[in-house]
Design a binder for this molecule. Structure first.
Ligand SMILES: *Cc1c(COP(=O)(O)O)cnc(C)c1O
Length: 356
C-alpha cells in the first residue's frame, strides 16, 4: 500500500459549477479561468470537463499551447499578455488572445510580423494598481491599437480589487465609465465575486475562477452555500498511528499543543509537504470517520495530529478528509488566516490525484 494521502477531483462538480455560473450571468460569455494549473486541480485532467465554456483564460504560454494541442479550438486569453516581444510568434501561431497593459506591448505588436491579426484585451487600471493603463489614457491607447493591422477584435478589460463587498465595485465602475466614455467597446470586468454578486458588471465576457472550483471568492463558504456550487477538490488521507496522551503531554514540534486530560489523538499521513498549511492552528476543522474534529499541534512536513475525542471508534486506517465536500476549504483557509485560493493552488506535486 502506498502512502494514503490523495486528492480527488470531481469533474462532474466542475461541469455543474460552470452551468451554475452560466445561469448567474446568462447574457455573458464565460472565460473559465484555469491559471495556476487550474487552481491546483490540474489543467490537463480538468479542462475537458469545462469544454462547454466559451474560452479559457490563463497566464502561461505552455499551458495555452497544451490546450491547443489537446484540441481546444475556442478562444484562449493570456491574462498577463506576452512578457517579451518574441513570444508574439507563438501567439500568432496558436491564435491566442493577449491582454495589453503597457505601452511597450503596443510597440511590440506594431513591429511583429503576424500571419493574422491578434485579438487583444486592453486593460484599464480601475484602482487595483497592478496592471493596466490609467483611465484617461484609454482613448489614446485604443486609437493606437485600432490603427494597427496586427490587431483584430478589441475588448476592454479590468479587474476588481474588492468585488466581494456589496459596495466594493462602485469606484472601479466609475473609473471604467470614465475610461470608456464615448467608446463603443466590448467589456470584460467580472471575476468570480462580480459574476456571482454584481450583475451590473457582467457585460460581454465574465472571468470566473475560484467559483468553478467550488470555493468562495470572499473566503467565506456561507456566501456561496446556497448557490449550488460544489467543492471540486477533496484532500483525504488516513490515520496511520494512534497516541494516548496523559494530561499535560505535548504533541509534535515545539509542543505547541498540550493535553489537559487523557486524550486519544490520531496521526494523519498529510503534512505541509503535501500542501496542508503549516500554520494551521489547533482546532482547524478536519473530518475523521465522518465526524468533525480538529487538528492538534504544529503540522509537520509529512504528518499532522487530530483529536479523536469526538470519534472514539476511529483508529489506524480510518479515513480523514482534510478538505472537500464536508470540510470546506474556505473553513480550513479561514482558520489559517488565508483563502481557499492559496490552499488549492498549493496542493503539492507529490500528492497522487484521482479523478471521479
Ligand atoms: C485570477 C483572475 C480572475 C479570476 O479570479 P477569481 O477571483 O478566481 O474569480 C479573473 N481575472 C483576472 C485578470 C485574474 O487574474
Amino acid at each position: 500500500m502506498s502512502r494514503p494521502v490523495q486528492a480527488s477531483i470531481d469533474l462532474q462538480a466542475l461541469r455543474q459549477n460552470l452551468n451554475i455560473i452560466r445561469r448567474a450571468a446568462p447574457q455573458s460569455r464565460v472565460w473559465s479561468v484555469v491559471k495556476a494549473n487550474a487552481y491546483g486541480h490540474g489543467l490537463e485532467r480538468s479542462w475537458s470537463a469545462l469544454n462547454s465554456t466559451d474560452g479559457f483564460a490563463l497566464l502561461n504560454l505552455e499551458e495555452a499551447i497544451m490546450l491547443r494541442e489537446r484540441g481546444w479550438k475556442g478562444p484562449i486569453l493570456l491574462l498577463e499578455g506576452f512578457f517579451h516581444a518574441d513570444e508574439l510568434a507563438l501567439f500568432d501561431k496558436y491564435r491566442l488572445t493577449t491582454s495589453i497593459h503597457s505601452n511597450w506591448q503596443i510597440k511590440a505588436i506594431q513591429n511583429a510580423r503576424l500571419n493574422a491579426p491578434l485579438d487583444v484585451y486592453v486593460k484599464v487600471n480601475s484602482g487595483m494598481n497592478r496592471l493596466g493603463f490609467a483611465p484617461d489614457r484609454i482613448h489614446t491607447v485604443w486609437q493606437q491599437l485600432r490603427a494597427l493591422p496586427g490587431v483584430g477584435e478589441m475588448t476592454l478589460m479590468s479587474h476588481f480589487a474588492v468585488a466581494e463587498r456589496p459596495d466594493g465595485i462602485v469606484d472601479a465602475m466609475k473609473r471604467v465609465a470614465q475610461a470608456t466614455e464615448g467608446l463603443e467597446c466590448a467589456r470584460s470586468l467580472s471575476n468570480s465575486a462580480a459574476t456571482m454578486w454584481h450583475p451590473e458588471a457582467h457585460y460581454d465576457w465574465v472571468r470566473p475562477g475560484i467559483v468553478l472550483y467550488g470555493a468562495s471568492p470572499s473566503g467565506q463558504w456561507q456566501d456561496i452555500a446556497n448557490s449550488g456550487l460544489k467543492p471540486v477538490m477533496t484532500l483525504s488521507s488516513e490515520i496511520i498511528a494512534v497516541q494516548n496522551l496523559k494530561p499535560g503531554e505535548g504533541v509534535g514540534y515545539g509542543q505547541r499543543y498540550r493535553s489537559t486530560q487523557e486524550q486519544r489523538i490520531g496521526i494523519v499521513a498529510c503534512g505541509y509537504a503535501d500542501g496542508y498549511p503549516r500554520h494551521a492552528p489547533d482546532g482547524t476543522p478536519v473530518l475523521v470517520d465522518g465526524v468533525r474534529t480538529g487538528i492538534v499541534g504544529t503540522v509537520s512536513m509529512d504528518m499532522l495530529a487530530v483529536d479523536l475525542t469526538p470519534c472514539p471508534q476511529a483508529g489506524i486506517g480510518t479515513s480523514v478528509e482534510l478538505w472537500g465536500k464536508e470540510i470546506k476549504i474556505d473553513d480550513v483557509a479561514s482558520a489559517c488566516g488565508t483563502v481557499g485560493y492559496e490552499l488549492m493552488c498549493a496542493l503539492a506535486p507529490r500528492v497522487p490525484v484521482v479523478t471521479v
